[in-house]
Design a binder for this molecule. Structure first.
Ligand SMILES: [Zn+2]
Length: 450
């Protein structure tokens, strides 16, 4: 058994006070001890001493589209008539890009595979350990597994194998469902069923693989996923135990269309949607009521949730959480996010990057810094919980990722601090806010020559 002692200037479990000059003991990828002292029984174990930084739990990205990770720079959201970034204008750019790739005669599957691999690599390099990823066809779990397989060789040293005895990153795939027409519905539902049976057929080990099962479902948004499609998705996840993820209350344009059948979404969607499916579009409130019956649902964005809707969600804190994507929110120049009212309603609030079509990179740590600046009154510790312990507990994955405690896996994140070693908790959080980046703990230079 490979055991490693890590002495660090700061260890930040988040769910308990940060530990100055602390000790972590890791055995075969599991945390077996964490405190400000090293018990005698570990005195003869190999020890590494990390200075000039802090260890935090592995970061969780609660909303992403890895398949768009080859977009750089992100797509501009042209101003609408009230000066916000137009969702419809931006969606047009996403679709124009997709069409030009399709028309160029390139191998679309290969383009997508490369984009997903680059998204995995980028996420991991920024210290992310769990990604909730909206997927569309073509997609293969083998792509994610092949990315992980490339790490097998360098895992030769005892120190590294003590630290990382399993996957370095997990993906929770959520298959995007759309039903603007019967053929689109059949296409997306069949893809979801195929993906589920393929993943089951791969007999995934509890931690040996990247893709986490059961798969989740992602009815896309109120303008592309009807009430009955969301009801169908709910029945599926209720029996499979998967999660449900849906873009909801993201823009004022969406509210205009879903609640009043007006605004720029109406002419935009008309060529795509048939009359029968258009008649099944639900209001934001109807979708929220449906999501409240889900075992676990994530609302991506929730930028324009009203008081009545927040009140409804506050009665279902174990069923529904909201994922705030701070830099995507800024990209669209939305009105202030209702984060404070969500927190007051005790509704779980997490962080996500969304895709590189609306974000310069996939760093959850940067989302944390942006959220801290946007809502400093909620505090850096609250926002750190929103991308670590919070989603880990909500999703029931605390033993795999997002926590730094005895019994958890050691998929941890290292944050190099620019200024001198902080002397107290307050200085520590200030230093973290000024830090340039986060990275996987195993990428600390001390492990480079091991
Ligand atoms: Zn999204």
């Amino acid at each position: 058994m490979a055991t490693l002692v890590i002495a660090s200037d700061w260890i930040v479990p988040v769910e308990s006070p940060a530990i100055s000059k602390g000790f972590l003991v890791i055995r075969d990828g599991l945390i077996v001890h964490v405190s400000d002292r090293l018990p005698d029984c570990y005195e003869n174990c190999p020890l590494v001493r990390l200075v000039g930084g802090a260890i935090v739990p592995g970061l969780i990205n609660a909303h992403c589209h890895l398949e768009l990770s080859d977009i750089d720079p992100c797509l501009i959201a042209p101003a609408n008539d009230i000066g916000h970034g137009s969702m419809v204008g931006w969606l047009n750019q996403v679709m124009a890009r997709k069409k030009s790739i399709a028309n160029s005669g390139v191998d679309i599957e290969e383009i997508k595979r490369k984009a997903i691999l680059s998204g995995l690599e980028e996420s991991w390099k920024f210290g992310t350990r769990w990604i909730i990823d909206n997927i569309t066809a073509p997609w293969s779990a083998d792509w994610c597994e092949s990315w992980q397989a490339e790490f097998r060789d360098p895992l030769k040293s005892d120190r590294l194998s003590a630290l990382v005895a399993q996957s370095r990153l997990f993906v929770q795939p959520c298959v995007e469902l759309v039903d603007v027409t019967q053929s689109r519905l059949t296409e997306t539902v069949e893809f979801a069923q195929r993906t589920e049976s393929t993943l089951k057929g791969m007999s995934l080990g509890e931690s040996a693989n990247v893709c986490h099962t059961p798969i989740g479902l992602a009815p896309h948004a109120p303008y592309t996923a009807s009430k009955r499609l969301v009801e169908y998705a709910l029945r599926c996840v209720s029996s499979s135990g998967g999660i449900l993820s849906m873009h909801l209350a993201e823009s004022l344009e969406e509210l205009d269309y879903a609640d009043r059948r007006q605004g720029p979404f109406k002419p935009w969607i008309t060529p795509w949607i048939d009359a029968e499916h258009a008649s099944q579009i639900g209001s934001i409130q109807v979708h929220l009521q449906l999501l409240c019956t889900s075992p676990k649902a994530l609302i991506a964005h929730g930028n324009y949730l009203g008081d009545r809707q927040i009140e409804l969600l506050s009665s279902h804190p174990h069923q529904v959480a909201i994922v705030y994507c701070p830099r995507t929110h800024q990209h669209f120049r939305h009105l202030e996010h209702p984060a404070r009212r969500i927190v007051k309603g005790q509704i779980p609030l997490f962080l996500g990057t969304d895709s590189k079509a609306s974000n310069p990179d996939l760093s959850v740590f940067k989302e944390w810094q942006t959220a801290c600046k946007a809502f400093p009154d909620l505090g850096p510790k609250f926002w750190m919980a929103a991308c670590t312990t919070g989603p880990a507990k909500f999703l029931g994955i605390e033993k795999l990722v997002g926590t730094l405690r005895v019994g958890s896996k050691s998929l941890l994140t290292w944050v190099p601090l620019e200024r001198q070693t902080p002397e107290n908790q307050e200085q520590l959080w200030e230093s973290l806010l000024e830090a340039n980046r986060a990275m996987p703990l195993e990428c600390h230079p001390i492990f480079a020559d091991s």
